[in-house]
Design a protein around this ligand. Structure first.
Ligand SMILES: Nc1nc2c(c(=O)[nH]1)N[C@H]1C(S)=C(S)[C@@H](COP(=O)(O)OP(=O)(O)OC[C@H]3O[C@@H](n4cnc5c(=O)[nH]c(N)nc54)[C@H](O)[C@@H]3O)O[C@H]1N2
Ligand SMILES: Nc1nc2c(c(=O)[nH]1)N[C@H]1C(S)=C(S)[C@@H](COP(=O)(O)OP(=O)(O)OC[C@H]3O[C@@H](n4cnc5c(=O)[nH]c(N)nc54)[C@H](O)[C@@H]3O)O[C@H]1N2
Ligand code: SF4
Ligand SMILES: [Mo]
Length: 875
């Protein structure tokens, strides 16, 4: 690679969560880049969380899909694109437009997303295009449309700073929207905002909670019905939306007992919510991902509509979007039941307008298959050709094993991804290499409707192409060259903006027609802006004027009869909750590349209450086998009172690439909300039993490790890889087993005590540690951080001594990823330096003083000062 001179910082946007932080990316001239928060971006004003800060560690060529592949063999672009176009055209000709489907993603840029929708809905003539936003935002979209007549997020981020009370329901904001959380925490510090967290689990977000309501799983609609009835009782109903009387009647029928909350906590919540006009209710996946998610959304919206607390400073319901462009996807009509620019696929006037604008030969005239139904249709052979773009459904869909089997059995599957090996790419007939963050140009819309540019700062890797271009290339080959003849994302954006003007004239809230004539130069220079942007409306909040997008212009309240998730059974007596961890993103194809992000929680785990653990005889740091009628997972046991008895929690991030048996969605049933089609991913009835391990192991290597044992989970280290291991039975020859596991030759340094089941071996080349394996009958209790740091270093066998090394204190699990400060270092600081506050820890140790993502963890450590035990989760 030629070394170029360093270039100036490029203004772009973080590709992870829906906060949509502005990033300054500075290429180093050698293919890498450094990042900093953009001080003038209105989402973050210079802040970045740990995932954003680590972006530079994820942009290399490691793991990238470098060229198109057909049946596993490298192919040229023309060959691959010809094949895709031919197979899609043949399926349509033989079986009709509904025999093909696209499954896309809220991580696509708006321009990519627009191209995909135009192709399917206007040219192929089927609405069989759905998106992973179905698993994420669909219930919010449906709830908004029922209440407001449009999918509009009314408020702005500053509302969280201007509110007197902020209620976070089903949202772990501290980990999932960290910079917005920091803005809220700062406002609370400055003006004493009251924060309520409603979550069955005690999360890091509870760090700033004045009140935590650990309600019974799925009882949110009952809780907000109780609130609505109380609002009425206190005479706070100031508006008269359609459906008010019916909604109140339904609300009055709700019983407090359903929530399992103590009377006093409930009263505190009602007082806080009712006590001031300035209240914001933020909600996320604890609400959306439910088989009655849309009703839950409406139960929340009802309270804001009845009181008129919406669309004014410091008040309103606020659905925070998960993915960087979940909102943009909704704008382009990414869901199978929507049309571009918030138009309605079932409205003939809307359809005709879009058809005219596109000069479309064959408009889809009815909603297409929603994600779960789409993969059912794939399973049943009704979909003959499937194109998956920028999502990993073999991991993230409920009943993931079944979905993976369906994809494997489909006649023709195309996958566009930036990464070569994922659980989904391995099932494809054709792989198309896409450019990734840093290499592509376009726009994204964040949770507060702010459109920002992502800008290219690096050259595309090898043969990768932008997603919009790949889609246009296929469209051209299917016979629609003129309609897809864009030269740049700027042209796609201009077309979308022009179409939004047509939509605006039809009454759509989404109108950015000010940008319809945007030039390439203007697009390059485009500053973040809030939609709408048209001759009649510019940015700001919605609905403060009491006007909604319904036919009557009035808001609609929806009567909600709460429904709890299906009861668990004797065979599957636990209700499994699922969600995210602080430092990983979804299926880890990118965050898994970063050693820094892999150290916070390095293994798939199960948070389980001590009473459940002792009944099941699950010791901390051992392994649990979790099963449901749909599949099975093996997870590290984390015994904690953060979760309620009977209601364990597991993260969603591990895949077949990173663990033997860590995919959580193999357990989750595909039970969907009847209105939105969104699956209830937060609730799976499961059985749990101890995994009967004859041995546990921990291995490190400078090279990737591909284990073949009953349990393994791998993670990236600064100078190699680590893997946690366990097996039902011991191999006959441990040295042989280690060689094949670690892919090494030669004689190891060996320390073993076969009677105690202890074996430790280190393989070196030229005196430098290349790989090591530690085996014990119990979970291996050695300092991971110390061992990991020994890789590649001179090795005289001291690491086999089994102690973290007398003068090398074990830093413990990484808490502050920015400055690599471990839990034990912090605990030691708390003990020896008498550190009493998060700020004091920051001053003494530096922890928490950069991105601040770990501040809730620091506070937690201060509060509990738990003694660290070695083990993968804490080591
Ligand atoms: N670090 C990180 N951040 C992310 C992501 C990531 O992968 N990693 N992904 C992004 C995406 S796409 C999304 S959608 C967002 C998701 O952001 P969040 O929705 O905040 O995250 P989750 O962890 O999925 O779930 C939130 C909480 O819902 C709770 N919950 C479960 N059941 C119930 C219930 O019945 N009632 C209530 N009130 N709460 C319940 C869970 O205990 C959990 O703490 O995060 C975004 N940000
Ligand atoms: N049980 C349970 N299941 C869940 C959830 C839960 O809380 N619980 N959450 C759900 C939610 S909210 C979401 S959003 C989904 C997320 O689930 P997925 O969308 O399946 O997860 P990702 O890992 O984000 O997948 C993105 C893929 O796109 C690739 N990629 C990245 N950038 C680009 C690009 O520019 N172009 C292309 N073509 N590819 C790219 C990545 O390498 C990766 O393979 O999971 C859902 N599943
Ligand atoms: S909060 Fe973190 S992950 Fe989300 S956009 Fe900002 S830097 Fe990226
Ligand atoms: Mo999401």
């Amino acid at each position: 690679m030629t070394i170029q001179a360093p270039r100036p910082a490029i203004r772009t946007t973080c590709p992870y969560c829906g906060v949509g932080c502005g990033v300054l990316a500075t290429p180093d001239g050698a293919g890498g880049l450094s990042v900093a928060g953009d001080p003038v971006h209105p989402a973050n004003f210079g802040r970045l969380c740990v995932k954003g800060s680590a972006l530079g560690e994820t942009v290399g060529l490691k793991g990238r899909l470098m060229a198109p592949q057909i049946a596993g063999q490298e192919a040229g672009w023309d060959q691959a694109l010809d094949l895709v176009a031919r197979r899609f055209s043949a399926a349509i000709a033989e079986h009709g437009p509904d025999s093909v489907a696209m499954y896309v993603s809220g991580q696509l840029l708006t321009e990519d997303y627009y191209a995909a929708n135009k192709l399917m809905k206007g040219f192929i003539g089927s609405a069989n295009i759905d998106t992973n936003s179905r698993l994420c935002m669909a219930s919010s979209v449906a709830g908004h449309r029922r209440a407001f007549g449009s999918d509009t997020v009314p408020g702005l981020y500053e509302d969280l700073e201007q509110a007197d009370t902020v209620v976070l329901v089903g949202s772990n904001l501290a980990w999932c929207h960290p910079v917005l959380y920091q803005r809220l925490a700062a406002a609370r510090e400055a003006r004493g905002t009251k924060v309520v967290v409603i979550d069955p689990r005690r999360t890091a977000t509870c760090d700033i909670a004045d009140l935590h309501l650990p309600l019974a799983a799925g009882s949110d609609a009952a809780l907000f019905n109780l609130l609505l009835a109380e609002i009425d009782r206190r005479g706070l109903v100031t508006k008269n939306p359609d459906g008010l009387a019916e909604a109140l009647a339904a609300a009055r029928a709700s019983l407090p007992s359903v929530t399992s909350l103590p009377h006093s906590a409930l009263q505190q919540f009602l007082n806080l919510w009712c006590g001031s006009d300035r209240v914001v209710t933020v909600y996320s996946q604890g609400i959306n991902q439910s088989d009655s998610g849309t009703d839950k959304v409406n139960a929340i919206l009802n309270c804001h509509l009845a009181t008129g607390r919406i669309g004014r400073p410091g008040m309103g319901p606020f659905s925070v979007t998960g993915q960087p462009n979940a909102m943009g996807g909704r704008e382009v009509g990414g869901l199978a039941n929507m049309l571009a620019c918030h138009l309605d696929i079932e409205n003939v006037i809307h359809r005709d307008a879009v058809q005219d604008f596109w000069h479309a030969p064959r408009m889809a005239d009815r909603p297409g298959l929603k994600a779960v139904d789409m993969f059912r249709a794939v399973e049943e052979g009704r979909i003959k050709a499937l194109w998956i773009i920028c999502t990993n459904p073999a991991v993230s869909m409920p009943e993931a094993d079944r979905v993976a089997r369906a994809i494997a059995g489909c006649d023709f599957v195309v996958v566009s991804d930036m990464i070569a090996r994922t659980d989904t790419t391995r099932l494809a007939d054709v792989l198309l290499p896409a450019t990734g963050w840093g290499e592509k140009d376009g726009t994204v819309t964040n949770s507060e409707r702010r459109i920002s540019r992502q800008r290219r700062s690096l050259a595309p890797s090898s043969h990768a192409r932008d997603d919009w271009r790949i889609i246009a290339d296929v469209a051209a080959r299917m016979g629609w060259r003129d309609a897809f003849a864009w030269d740049s994302p700027a042209q796609v954006f201009a077309e979308h903006a022009a179409l939004s003007g047509v939509a605006g004239a039809l009454g759509s809230d989404f109108d950015i027609s000010d940008h319809a004539g945007i030039t390439a130069e203007e697009y390059d220079a485009l500053d973040p802006f809030l939609w709408p942007q048209s001759s009649t409306r510019k940015g700001g909040r919605f609905f403060g004027d009491g006007l909604f997008h319904t036919s009557s212009g009035k808001a609609r309240m929806v009567p909600v009869t709460p429904r709890l998730p299906p009861a668990v059974s004797d065979a599957y007596p636990f209700r499994l909750n699922t969600g995210r961890v602080r430092d990983h993103w979804h299926t880890m194809t990118r965050t898994g590349l970063s050693p820094r992000l892999s150290r916070h929680l390095a293994e798939p785990f199960l948070e389980i209450h001590p009473s459940d653990a002792s009944r099941l005889e699950l010791a901390p740091a051992t392994l649990a086998e979790v099963s449901s009628p749909h599949g099975r997972a093996i997870l590290r046991v984390l015994v904690t009172e953060r979760v309620a008895p009977g209601h364990p929690f597991a993260p969603i991030h591990w895949t077949r690439e990173t663990a033997s048996c860590g995919r959580i969605d193999v357990l989750v049933p595909a039970a969907v909300d009847p209105v939105s089609g969104q699956p209830g991913s937060k609730s799976a009835a499961v059985a749990i039993q101890p995994f009967k391990a004859a041995w546990y192991g921990y291995a490190i290597s400078t090279h990737p490790i591909k284990p073949a044992c009953d349990y393994w989970a791998s993670a990236t280290l600064p100078s190699g890889y680590q893997v946690e291991l366990a097996g039902h039975s011991e191999p006959e020859n441990w040295v042989e087993a280690a060689r094949s596991l670690l892919g090494v030759r030669g004689e190891p340094l060996l320390v073993q005590d076969p009677r105690q089941g202890i074996r430790r071996m280190a393989f070196s080349i030229d005196g430098r540690l290349q790989a090591a394996l530690f085996v014990a009958p119990q979970p291996v209790s050695l300092s991971r951080s110390h061992l990991a740091a020994s890789l590649g270093a001179g090795c005289g066998g001291e690491i086999l001594a089994g102690r973290p090394g007398g003068d090398q204190p074990d830093a413990g699990a990484l808490v502050c990823a920015c400055f690599s400060i471990g839990m034990n270092t912090i605990l030691q600081g708390i003990a020896t330096q008498k550190l009493m506050t998060v700020d004091a820890i920051g001053r003494a140790l530096g922890a928490g003083t950069n991105c601040g993502s770990c501040k809730p963890d620091l506070k937690n450590l201060l509060q509990t000062a738990v003694a660290s035990k070695a083990g993968s989760l804490v080591g």
